[in-house]
Design a protein around this ligand. Sequence first.
Ligand code: NAD
Length: 492
Amino acid sequence: MSEQATTDPYRHYVNGEWTDGHGSETFDSENPATGEPLATFHRGTEADVDAALEAAEDAFEEWRELSHIDRAEYLWDIYHELRERHDELGEIITKECGKEISEGKADVAEAWHMVEWAAGNARHPHGDVVPSEIGSKDAYMRRKPRGVIGCITPWNFPVAIPFWHMAIALVEGNTVVWKPAEQTPWCGQIIAEMFEDAGIPDGVFNMVQGFGDAGAAISEDERVDTVLFTGSAEVGHEIASKVGGEPGKLAACEMGGKNGIVITENADLDIAVHSAVMSSFKTTGQRCVSSERLIVHTDVYDEFKDRYVEIAEKVAVDDPLEEDTFMGPAIEPEHVEKIQKHNDLARQEGAEVLVDRFELDDDEIPDGHEDGNWVGPFVYEIEYDSDLRCLKEECFGPHVALLEYDGDIERALEIHNDTPYGLAGAIISEDYRQINYFRDHAELGLAYANLPCIGAEVHLPFGGVKKSGNGYPSAREAIEAVTERTAWTLNN
Ligand code: NAD
């Protein structure tokens, strides 16, 4: 972290300066595996957001005049730094958000992949030249930056997701005001230091630390041309509904899911069990693509259940900094309570509980980590019924329903699609016709066949349908949200 860090709280980064801001409140970042405070940060206010937006607006005119290649130069510096500091940053991510160290490092790798993709695109300009309907004219499409982009990001990919948004926005000529998640301000601090070290011109990149009120001050301000949001559906839809009414303003929201894996009668059960275990328990179920519903054909249901439950009974939580840890803690005590509420709801709705390790035994918790936010798997079976809330609401934890189905792939898809969400899902099947049916009919943005429902590739659009997204996927497609097109016709 920067040298300013002694006992003073960390600051906001606005207009090329570190600033205490206008508020008097501070907040701590905590290690979810130990409960220990990591560092203290100034809490951003509306006045801090106002200063950051003013800086971003002032910087826009000069920044947009640079070529894509010149703008990308700053990001190449950051790309190299991310690579050089891979292990160190992975460890910081793990300390601050509790994900296993392998996942912490993967978060850094995903960030540099995104920066590489966005900066590399500067050398690969794209556009459309199309014939005019009138022979003597030429026509083409040109993209322009939209202006000031407000970025609001979640805690669970605290380095990768900010770069999904900011790298493309900046290379395309926009300026940025970013609010990191309140649970992961340390990661925010480090990213801001990287932009400072890269020498990005004052006001082009700004960061205000804080909570939802600072996020709302960004998203609701008329100077923001696009809001790039990733987080819960609750917040995303609030942002989209407010922004949607404002002419010329756009909100691209990537939200949660109630993801399902369909396991058909001919599935390879080794693949099915591996896929389900990875997707439902890795990162303690706290990925937007984690599966909370396993939809299993009756012919293989009992065998799958026995094998899955055997593992769910055994998967261990451990110190996330240890290389071979499979599951770390939940992010914060409030989230542990939320997971418990989802488990209780399933019970109230008639779940047959197969594994209840929500409250782990003392000897399951790693030594010296007694104050961490530990939870274990909760697995239940329940007869599918469209009215069950437990099959529709995202828990965002190791909370999994087993649903037995009898019938064809159409029946499996009826169950699969019966949630308000449409983010990610997988099919495990040896029959290509079933896989094709899933491909064509599953309501989602990210699909996997015979693979864990997990992971992302930056050159593919990352987004969902229904309640999970509003039509502007992240990564490759984010260019749509940070540029506007002008159709040109020229007289020859
Ligand atoms: P969250 O919605 O609580 O917070 C996300 C961000 O929004 C934070 O920075 C928060 O401070 C800010 N915020 C809160 N209230 C706000 C408001 N009223 N106006 C503006 N900003 C506000 O989400 P979280 O708990 O950080 O993340 C978990 C959620 O994110 C899960 O639902 C998960 O599925 C989803 N997620 C989705 C994706 C995706 O790509 N689809 C990726 C990761 C996480």
